[in-house]
Write a protein that binds this ligand. Structure first.
Ligand SMILES: Cc1ncc(COP(=O)(O)O)c(C=O)c1O
Length: 246
């Protein structure tokens, strides 16, 4: 049986903004409080190292995978910093282009405009799968599943974890379960992009459902995690590598 790399990679960045009524960035009170706490904590300004600040990386992993995550408890997530979510996608793309046997990545139609260029430039071949049904203004779930099923075994499949950009349409939890089953059946490699955790439902745990469900189903995967919007911050990116022995 062919196996993908025994790694889960989470690439994450942080900060950015949502607009207020005047279109100005709205900084969440929690972010302001965190900024104050940082300023008053007299940080020693020690060099962070190439992979970033370990405590910060760990906190990001807990936000994505949940505090009860066996993979975190088992220290099976490795993390490094990247330049925002875009940099995270690029590092993840290059990592897969270098080490993963299949070079095809399937992305939804439509997808965030930069996905195509970022992955192409990483050395991957970008292919599209159906996602949006303009007639129903909803998810083309049948088309999506059919295209994922039809993709060559072991393909890389990009999945927007929540608040799909640009449609804002996400699969339901039941649909995510079915997507997970198909991905497993086809031995595909999921590459999650989570740029809006908390923005789809207002609950960071609920929005992380696909990540946590895929984790519980034993998938190996890559996750680009951006905090540009939900933390209203500028790029302070990280890359997490999650090792899952089988
Ligand atoms: C789906 C998606 N992924 C990644 C990004 C990039 O995130 P960042 O702004 O942290 O580079 C965006 C930004 O709009 C996005 O919409």
């Amino acid at each position: 049986m062919r196996r993908g790399p025994s790694l889960r990679v989470t690439v994450y960045s942080l900060l950015y903004c949502l607009g207020d009524d005047k279109g100005k960035p709205y900084v969440l009170p929690s972010v302001r409080a965190a900024e104050k706490a940082i300023v008053t904590s007299n940080l020693d300004k020690e060099y962070a190292g190439i992979t970033g600040v370990p405590a910060f990386a760990k906190a990001a992993a807990v936000l994505a995978y949940g505090s009860s995550s066996e993979a975190i408890k088992g220290d099976r997530v490795a993390i490094t910093q990247s330049i925002s979510g875009t940099g995270a996608l690029r590092i993840g793309g290059e990592f897969l282009a270098r080490f993963y046997p299949t070079k095809k990545i399937f992305i939804p139609t439509p997808s965030w405009a930069n996905h195509n260029a970022v992955f192409k430039d990483s050395g991957l071949e970008v292919v599209k799968y159906r996602y949006y049904n303009k007639d129903t203004i909803g998810l083309d779930f049948e088309g999506m599943v059919a295209d994922i099923k039809a993709a060559p075994e072991g393909s890389i499949v990009l999945l927007h974890a929540c608040a799909h950009n640009p449609t804002g349409i996400d699969p339901s939890e039941e649909q995510w379960r079915q997507i997970s089953d198909v991905m497993k059946e086809k031995k595909h490699y999921p590459f999650f992009d989570m740029a809006y955790q908390g923005f789809a439902s207002g609950d960071t745990n609920k929005d992380a459902f696909p990540i946590r469900h895929f984790q519980s189903q034993g998938h190996q995967f890559c996750l680009a995690q951006s905090f540009a919007k939900n933390m209203v911050q500028f790029p302070r990116p990280f890359l997490h590598v999650y090792r899952v022995p089988r």
